[in-house]
Design a protein around this ligand. Structure first.
Ligand SMILES: Nc1ncnc2c1ncn2[C@@H]1O[C@H](COP(=O)(O)OP(=O)(O)OP(=O)(O)O)[C@@H](O)[C@H]1O
Length: 252
């Protein structure tokens, strides 16, 4: 029998600061994403959403603080942390000279799998990606690349799935397939989803929690019942609330 109290939280971010050169972009971000939660990170352009996601992936070393994926520090235990992380890179970061299948095999190998997960192959079929598996990435359309980024993020049943605007470029039917797939994983597997997005439609219909990043800090969080209330209210209620929260002066 598993003891839930011993299961580490998929993501814990502790007072993270990050800079590019001398310019500080993240000024002390803390948040937790527990198992089964779909968490949306919101914020105007250029506030540091992708920067925070890059810190989680280990691509950018924070200047202070720590990030734990399934209880493992991205900074001091990067290999263990990455084994539990599914990070969808940006489509332009995919290796152009590999096929989709080769990319999936590299990720499966990195996750220590003997064979590709059935769930990922099934999703590839549902997304009509299977006919592209043996084509080279540099021949893919934007949406097809985006599908591969999402599939790669799901290899190895990660405890934490991190998606940066991953629905951009997906046709509506494919986007729906991915949303339902993520919901299924969240309800049946031990994982959490962190999505950076500008799509309030996704927040209203799929998120359990959302947070607004401004000037390098989380300035507002919305829980499930607040999000549900916006959905029921309709009439762009969340859009209006987000615009109002974004307009506040937050810097000391
Ligand atoms: N490699 C880099 N070198 C220097 N500055 C960078 C770099 N990457 C991002 N920045 C800057 O850091 C800030 C935060 O960028 P980031 O991409 O994290 O924002 P974002 O919230 O994801 O924006 P968007 O919603 O437009 O995607 C921006 O001012 C950006 O210009």
């Amino acid at each position: 029998m598993s003891d839930k109290s011993l299961t580490p939280v998929p993501l814990e971010i502790r007072d993270v600061r990050a800079k590019y050169g001398k310019r500080e972009v993240l000024s002390g971000v803390s948040l937790q994403v527990p198992e089964g939660e779909w968490f949306c990170l919101l914020g105007p352009n250029g506030v540091g959403k992708s920067t925070l996601l890059r810190c989680i992936s280990g691509a950018l070393l924070p200047s202070a603080g720590d990030l734990l994926v399934a209880g493992h520090s991205v900074i001091s235990e990067p290999l263990a942390a990455k084994r539990h992380l599914g990070y969808a890179c940006a489509p332009e970061q995919l290796p152009q000279l590999l096929t989709g299948r080769q990319c999936l095999e590299v990720y499966a190998h990195a996750k220590g799998l003997q064979a590709m997960d059935e769930a990922v192959l099934t999703l590839a079929q549902e997304l009509r990606f299977d006919s592209y598996l043996d084509g080279f990435v540099d021949t893919y359309s934007l949406g097809t690349r985006q599908k591969l980024c999402i599939l790669l993020a799901l290899v190895g049943e990660p405890a934490l799935i991190v998606l940066d605007e991953a629905f951009n470029g997906l046709d509506p039917a494919s986007a729906l397939v991915v949303k339902h797939h993520l919901q299924q994983r969240l309800s049946s597997k031990q994982c959490a989803v962190l999505l950076a997005t500008h799509s309030l439609d996704i927040v209203e219909h799929y998120a359990d929690k959302a947070a607004l990043l401004i000037d390098g800090r989380i300035v507002r969080e919305w829980n499930e019942s607040e999000i549900a209330a916006y959905r029921v209210q309709g009439d762009s209620a969340m859009e209006t609330a987000l615009a109002a929260a974004s307009a506040q002066p937050f810097r000391d």
